[in-house]
Design a protein around this ligand. Structure first.
Ligand SMILES: Nc1nc2c(ncn2[C@@H]2O[C@H](COP(=O)(O)OP(=O)(O)OP(=O)(O)O)[C@@H](O)[C@H]2O)c(=O)[nH]1
Ligand SMILES: [Mg+2]
Length: 329
């Protein structure tokens, strides 16, 4: 890394987008020396973080998430706020391809002085990607971005990971369609704070209203995630810029409510604890594997597990016991 930690910190604080980008590349790197520098950098900027509103946005491929973010981002800016856009792309972990599509570039928003757009990291398993996304978010917060919008395709566990690093979760739905296909599984419905039925343009208003009714009925069966908050189901069009103001004020309302009840801080604390637990496991494994014989044993037990010699959980336990020299009673 040809930039010193001091250069990067200064760049972040002065809002230099190029250096912000370099800092993000640093936290995304898996190289040990980069990781050390990243830890230093994050430690230094920590006091500057925490002030943004962190918004997760999910929906099936093609629901219009990127289109929404582009126009919503411009709305945020028109309210004198700065916006950063990040993406978690679950497909990248599997095939390095992207289903977030071309729109991720968000050309109009990208031209804005007060917008910063960062496509998702192109490698790493999902949990790891979400964790570096958190660190990227810290950098954006330290750089003074007021809203962090995180796009993820709702096709699996990526939305759970995004919910674990955000304050509010927005679900973009398109009219009609099979509920199964649109991920209207109980899981997503339990996580969501605001629903936006998108592509309500042309002559589909009536259909949109019936989709809304269906959705509201489904939501009635879900225990409320936040006390005193009834998940609003809004209608609009990301492409034609309709209904976005309503989303903006609902987000504001929701955050105000959460701050008033103490849930805002409470949830963030809980999220930080979960991340801590994640990193404890990561580091234990990484540090154990530094030793060659441990690495060898690790691979052997892993092979036994994959060949179904025994239960993967048994193999994991045998491996750990071997090096901690201690058997559970
Ligand atoms: N008619 C109409 N089309 C829209 C609207 N919003 C998005 N689209 C179109 O829907 C298509 C998909 O939009 P994207 O914004 O790329 O959708 P996405 O959810 O980000 O898609 P992925 O990132 O691939 O999951 C594009 O052709 C958009 O122009 C809308 O409100 N009305
Ligand atoms: Mg997209």
């Amino acid at each position: 890394m040809k930039f010193s930690t001091e250069d990067l910190i200064e760049g972040i604080q002065s809002g230099n987008k190029r250096l912000i980008g370099k800092a993000i590349t640093l936290v995304e790197s898996k190289k040990a020396e980069h990781r050390l520098q990243a830890e230093d950098l994050l430690k230094a900027i920590m006091p500057l973080t925490g002030k943004s509103i962190r918004v997760g946005i999910t929906g099936v491929p093609g629901a219009g998430k990127s289109t929404f973010i582009e126009n919503f981002g411009r709305l945020v800016i028109s309210n004198d706020k700065k916006v950063a856009v990040l993406a978690i792309d679950p497909s990248s972990a599997i095939n390095k391809g992207s289903i977030l599509g071309d729109k991720t570039r968000m050309e109009e928003l990208a031209k804005e002085e007060n917008a910063f757009i960062r496509p998702s990291p192109s490698s790493g398993f999902l949990g790891g990607v979400a964790n570096t996304t958190f660190e990227t978010m810290m950098i954006c917060e330290a750089a003074g971005y007021d809203y962090i919008l995180i796009e993820t395709v709702g096709v699996g566990q990526s939305e759970v990971l995004v919910a674990d690093i955000t304050d509010i979760f927005l679900f973009l739905k398109i009219i009609g369609g099979g509920d199964e296909l649109q991920g209207i599984k109980r899981g997503i419905m339990e996580m969501v704070d605001v629903v936006f039925i998108n592509k309500v343009d042309k002559d589909n208003f009536l259909k949109a209203k019936s989709t809304r009714l269906e959705l509201k009925r489904a939501l009635d069966f879900i225990p409320p995630k936040e006390k005193d908050w009834k998940v609003p189901v809004l209608l609009g069009s990301a492409l034609y810029n309709e209904g976005l103001n309503e989303v903006y004020s609902r987000i504001d309302e929701f955050i105000t409510l959460k701050k008033k009840t103490g849930r805002f801080e409470g949830v963030r604390t809980h999220q930080a604890e979960k991340r801590f637990e994640y990193w404890v496991q990561e580091y234990i494994l990484a540090m154990m594997k530094r030793n060659d014989s441990v690495e060898e044993a690790y691979l052997q037990h892993k092979k036994n597990a994959s060949a179904m010699v025994s239960n993967p959980s048994t193999e994991a336990k045998l491996f750990v016991e071997k090096f901690l020299n201690k058997k559970e009673d």
